[in-house]
Design a protein around this ligand. Structure first.
Ligand code: PLP
Length: 425
């Protein structure tokens, strides 16, 4: 190629940008935006929905720190996170990993490492989140059967035994607390026994329940437990935890079907979580936040934390009922970690949630089209002063929107429930 040829050929980029301009793709101007001070509410909202939940100061502070994601300091943090996670999961298993991602990423790590094309999976579906695990299993090519459970109820052990008998699954997925319609699968231990007897591994989604109510991974024989940060643990969203039993890890380790996920490949993640090696840049601040959230669980102890959650949730349920509102789920399968409340006639979840947020700075949640609002009782949400403010704000919201409730009775019932449980303790 000679000089003439070089000069006579215009640079390819100018061709490209001329073509782009002709097609209307003008340069992108720098936008003018508001500062966060203008966007965020002047008074922070009290986060009483179905997650994320308020975080303690120690968690918030840790979340501002950036350290090297490899090296001795991080190794010590990871070591402690795993040790504390084993306590929270109640497992001696070595295979405890963190996940850079939401609770759903931990769910996907469980499913995509244990299932592949042709794997028979039985998913017990109680609602929105348990259906998500079935969908994830379908996407990796598994042969998925769902046991679809009617809203506001849980499957009987007979139904589950029959479904296992019929489908002979390698993997059973189930949710501990189905946050969407506020039902709780209370018989996890028995369900695991049925599945194990048929040779299946059991994956339990404990995103909303872990550290709010008893769940014993080893004693109940669970193979994989997953959780998120922003619910029971009162950490930030986006950094999650997962634990595999030895049997589950063996299946992961010896699989021959290639794993289509790279970030969620548990054997690659193990290199970071057990060998201080590089997988991807760990979300260091989030891991530090999780460390603090777990440390606070350890300081409180699980026993006391479960008692606090139960006491607060029952008091909230009592206060809401005394307002004159109905709880959505029958007591036999009611989840305590998130309380579902039926809406009075003519009110929509959106109206109620907007009003309570704008007028009383309390954030609660609707639920994927169900005629309910939900109030969380996870981690820092279970504090007496938050309960009084929430029941009051809910009662006032109902009055403002024209629904008849007995606000003094609601607040009194809350107080009565809290003080009588304090007397019993
Ligand atoms: C919130 C939730 C999830 C999903 O967690 P994300 O962090 O939103 O992905 C999964 N399962 C249950 C039971 C949940 O409550």
């Amino acid at each position: 190629m000679n000089d003439t040829a070089l000069h006579s050929a215009p640079p390819a980029t100018s061709h490209a940008s001329a073509a782009a301009a002709a097609a209307g793709a003008a340069p992108v101007p720098c936008p003018t935006v508001d500062t966060l001070d203008h966007i965020l509410p002047e008074e922070p909202l009290l986060m009483m929905g179905a997650g994320p939940v308020p975080i303690p100061d120690a968690v918030a502070k840790a979340n501002t720190v950036v350290i090297n994601h490899l090296g001795d300091t991080m190794a010590r943090v990871i070591h402690q996170v795993k040790a504390m996670a084993r306590y929270v999961f109640q497992t001696h298993s070595n295979w405890v990993l963190g996940v850079a991602g939401p609770g759903s990423a931990a769910m996907e790590m469980a499913v995509s490492n244990l299932a592949w094309p042709g794997t028979r999976v039985l998913s017990i579906v109680n609602g929105f989140f348990s259906a998500r695990m079935a969908e994830m299993a379908r996407r990796v090519g598994a042969e998925v059967t769902t046991l679809d459970v009617a809203d506001r109820s849980i499957a009987s052990l007979d139904d589950i035994a029959q479904a296992i008998e019929r489908t002979r699954p390698a993997i059973v997925t189930i949710v501990h607390g189905e946050t969407s319609n506020t039902v709780c699968n209370r018989q996890i231990r028995e369900i695991v026994q049925l599945a194990k007897a048929a040779g299946a591994l059991v994956v339990v989604d404990a995103v909303c329940t872990l550290s709010t109510m008893p769940l014993e991974m080893d004693a109940w024989g669970i193979d994989v437990v997953i959780t998120g940060g922003q619910k029971g643990l009162s950490s930030i969203p986006g950094v999650s935890l997962i634990a595999f039993s030895n049997a589950a890890w063996e299946r992961v380790r010896t699989r021959t079907a290639p794993n289509t996920h790279w970030c969620l490949d548990a054997t690659l993640a193990e290199n970071f979580w057990h060998n201080a090696g590089y997988h991807y840049t760990a979300p260091v601040s989030g891991v530090l936040a999780l460390h603090e959230a777990l440390r606070l669980v350890c300081t409180e102890t699980l026993e006391k934390r479960f008692a606090r959650h139960l006491r607060c949730s029952l008091a909230l349920q009592s206060g809401v009922s005394a307002l004159g509102l109905s709880l959505y789920t029958p007591q036999a399968c009611r989840l305590n970690s998130v309380v579902g409340i039926e809406l009075p006639a003519k009110l929509t979840a959106r109206e109620v949630c907007n009003h309570i947020s704008q007028q009383y700075q309390v954030e609660i949640a609707g639920s994927f089209g169900l005629p309910i609002v939900r109030i969380g009782q996870m981690g820092e949400q279970c504090r007496e002063h938050h309960l009084f403010r929430t029941v009051h704000a809910l009662g006032r919201t109902m009055c403002d929107l024209g629904a008849a409730v007995d606000l003094p009775a609601g607040v009194a019932a809350l107080e009565e429930s809290l003080s009588s449980s304090a007397r019993r303790a």
